[in-house]
Design a protein around this ligand. Structure first.
Ligand code: ATP
Ligand code: MG
Length: 393
């Protein structure tokens, strides 16, 4: 076991003033959760404003890093060599051993960043920087000091133990899960909405989700695909409570009674209405969709405005200014892309008109919705009854 410890660096939490402990505790809670799924025994602790993972048994390095890279709030993961605090001579030996092990190719520049948190240690930080630098140059003459842009930033921290590290593996960033309340994600089987859920969750928001399916026009496989997508993002977001709503009768009623070029927009308005009710019933403070301006007819500014009109909760659209390729890049990073492009039908694509309106007028849309007056309350009540809740872990 080369590294006994990982030092966890977090960024924005550091500026949260007297609420800081709430963010740190949420971070630690989530770290413990994800490490429970990794073979080995780990202790996560907070000391002097730093979070450490101590490895108490053998473990697989790549697995631990991969698990920690799903924890929002982590900025960097630093594999650390930890030694006992037994004086400066022992420290110097350990540092030389570390450099030798870690960098077989010595033809590099470096800078030492020593920090004496334990003020009883006899050597001061600046003196440690100088003396450790000199010892490294002595031992490995190919190495050079560069104080401005070193290739290796070598950190040596003297606390009750001594910590040596130089690698910072990037984490996902963001804020710890659950520090930002809860939102309801409208999750379809496409590329965009899983990415939207990931992005909102990255800011510390817990996610529930709703999926509208339209059997027999959409298949069980299409529904399974949405469950699979929820599972993929739950790696980051934690357990997702997924509501599956049967939307068929509402869709058929719209298809039968409303002008076909308005189908999508009216359908979207009903989706939002239903999602909002489920959101409120489940203590969610906002809705989240995968919409992006201009991507399709129902996502022009005019369409978005008309869709939005039915909601009182805020609707977050984290992809609003993203190009498709930028969305795809994130979906590849979070491993949802391959699932999203599986060719199963979506309820929006089946009932889509040849020439949907791109600049719907609210008045006209409301007038068309009037045609549903006799049946819609009944249909909505029935739709809510179909709510199937799947806890996706
Ligand atoms: P996505 O890739 O997320 O499916 P899209 O580009 O296909 O998006 P639309 O089909 O217009 O766009 O859907 C816009 C947004 O509406 C989606 O991002 C999603 O949030 C929501 N949505 C669409 N269809 C459904 C559905 N069947 N169930 C739940 N939400 C949906
Ligand atoms: Mg879609």
């Amino acid at each position: 076991m080369k590294y006994q410890t990982f030092l966890i660096k977090y960024a924005e939490i550091a500026v949260k003033g007297k609420n800081r402990y709430i963010f740190e505790d949420a971070l630690i809670h989530r770290m413990r959760q994800v490490l429970r799924n990794v073979d080995g025994e780990f202790a996560v602790s907070k000391t002097q404003g730093r979070v450490y993972v101590d490895c108490k048994s053998d473990y697989d390095y790549d697995e631990v890093i991969a698990a920690l890279q799903t924890v929002f709030g982590i900025n960097a993961i630093c594999p650390v060599v930890k030694i006992e605090n037994e004086g400066f001579e022992k420290l110097t030996e350990a540092v030389l051993r570390y450099v030798d092990d870690e960098y077989p190719d010595k033809n590099r520049t470096f800078k030492v960043f020593a920090r004496r948190a334990d003020k009883s240690f006899p050597v001061r930080s600046t003196q440690m920087n100088e003396e450790l630098g000199a010892s490294i140059l002595d031992a490995f003459p190919e190495m050079k000091v560069d104080v401005h842009k070193p290739e290796i930033e070598l950190y040596v921290e003297v606390r009750e133990n001594i910590y040596i590290y130089s690698k910072q593996i990037p984490g996902p960033g963001g804020m710890p899960l659950g520090t930002g309340g809860k939102a309801m994600l409208l999750l379809s089987g496409g590329i965009d909405s899983p990415v939207a859920g990931y992005m909102v969750s990255k800011r510390g928001v817990k996610i529930d989700a709703v999926y509208f399916h339209a059997p027999p026009y959409t298949s069980e496989r299409a529904k399974q695909k949405v469950v699979d997508l929820a599972r993929k993002i739950s790696k980051y977001t934690g357990t997702i409570c997924l509501h599956v709503i049967n939307f068929t009768d509402i869709q058929l009623a719209i298809y039968e009674k409303c002008p076909h070029e308005q189908l999508t927009i009216i359908m979207r308005r009903y989706m939002m209405r239903i999602a909002e009710k489920i959101a409120v019933d489940n203590d969610c403070l906002a809705l989240v969709t995968g919409e992006s301006i201009g991507q399709v007819a129902s996502q022009t500014m005019q369409s978005l405005a008309v869709t939005n009109e039915v909601c009182t909760l805020p609707v977050f659209r984290p992809l609003i200014g993203f190009d498709k390729q930028e969305i795809i890049d994130v979906s590849e990073k979070i491993d949802t892309f391959e699932t999203s492009i599986l060719p199963y039908e979506d309820c929006c694509t089946i009932f889509v008109a040849k020439h949907p309106v791109t600049k719907p007028e609210l008045k006209a849309i409301k007038k068309s919705e009037e045609k549903l007056r006799d049946c819609i309350d009944d249909l909505l009540a029935k739709a809510f009854e179909t709510d199937e809740v799947i806890n996706v872990i």
